[in-house]
Write a protein that binds this ligand. Structure first.
Ligand SMILES: C[S@@+](CC[C@H](N)C(=O)[O-])C[C@H]1O[C@@H](n2cnc3c(N)ncnc32)[C@H](O)[C@@H]1O
Length: 283
């Protein structure tokens, strides 16, 4: 394989065996225990890997299928991995399938270092919008919220209490790459309540018993945090009591609530309406 500059990438290792210890370590990243031990996670697909490199995430290993040989974009990613001190593995389809647990895996997989924003670094200003997620359980919901936060221009997500892992492969897949663009902080319930005391912007909790229509709240002109409840239990009393307002999204029909990620999307696009409005207005 040649590097971007036309030289050779000397550090590429060819791996064909599932018993290879490097492959075993990467496969183990399917489990949270090993992700935490290694402080690492998997991102699948060349676009995601390139986005992550562009955004300054630390790559440990780039894995690519033999079919990627000669692909200039793969070669550039490999050269960047080596330049960053990482390892490049050229593997068989069988090895790549085993790593991703998929029959038709992407041609490229990256192993990246996990990264959380410390809660004390979360200081919303101006018209920043942040999302607080209470004990989110479902990886698909968390990934979709992170993707939607990215699309709506929210500044980041605070995970509160015992939540699902933002670096689980299923979550990363659902973010479609936004995991690399949206800062994620995590904290306990107590840690959040403590942080909230120092936050003078709007905390809008979403609640099925909320007395206020979510469209009547002024989100602009100050920083805002949208607080979303757990999928089964909704917001606990301690979090509801910490909100400036409890809002409800009016519903029709028989469904008793919206899906968490859908409710977050509705809230986000309302809170960011002014910032997102297109020039020209209504036709
Ligand atoms: C699936 S719902 C939780 C339902 C739960 N059984 C309850 O009693 O709250 C998950 C979260 O989405 C938000 N949510 C869903 N539908 C909503 C609505 N109509 N109005 C306000 N928030 C809503 C809330 O944050 C809620 O805690």
């Amino acid at each position: 394989m040649s590097t971007e500059g036309g030289g050779r990438v000397g550090q590429v290792r060819e791996v064909t065996s599932l018993a290879n210890p490097l492959v075993k370590d990467i496969k183990a990243l399917a489990l949270k225990k090993f992700r935490d031990q290694q402080n690492a996670f998997l991102a699948e697909g060349l676009k995601l890997v390139i986005d992550a490199l562009d955004l300054g995430w630390t790559i440990r290993t780039l894995v690519f299928a033999k079919s990627g040989l000669g692909n200039p974009a793969v070669e550039r990613a490999a050269a960047r991995t080596v330049a960053a001190g990482g390892t490049v593995l050229e593997v068989t389809e069988k090895v790549l399938s085993a790593i991703t647990r998929r029959d038709n895996p992407q041609m490229v997989v990256g192993v990246f270092e996990q990264r959380y924003l410390p809660l004390k670094a979360v200081r919303p200003a101006g018209e920043d919008v942040w999302i607080g997620l209470d004990r989110v359980r479902d990886p698909g919901n968390l990934g979709t919220v992170i993707r939607t936060a990215d699309a709506a221009g929210a500044k980041g997500v605070i995970l509160i209490g015992d939540t699902t892992d933002p670096f689980a492969t299923e979550t990363v897949r659902a973010t479609m790459g936004s995991i690399f663009a949206v800062p994620v902080a995590r904290t306990s319930l107590e840690g959040f309540l403590d942080w909230r005391k120092g936050f003078s912007g709007l905390v809008a909790g979403t609640h099925l018993k909320g007395a206020v229509d979510y469209r009547t709240v002024r989100y602009s002109g100050r920083p805002a945090l949208l607080l979303m409840g757990n999928e089964q239990q909704g917001l606990p009393e301690a979090l509801a009591a910490a909100c400036d307002v409890l809002v409800r999204i009016p519903q029709a029909g028989r469904a008793d609530s919206l899906n968490l990620a859908v409710a977050t999307g509705v809230m986000l696009f309302e809170a960011r309406r002014a910032a997102l409005s297109l020039p020209g207005g209504a036709a």
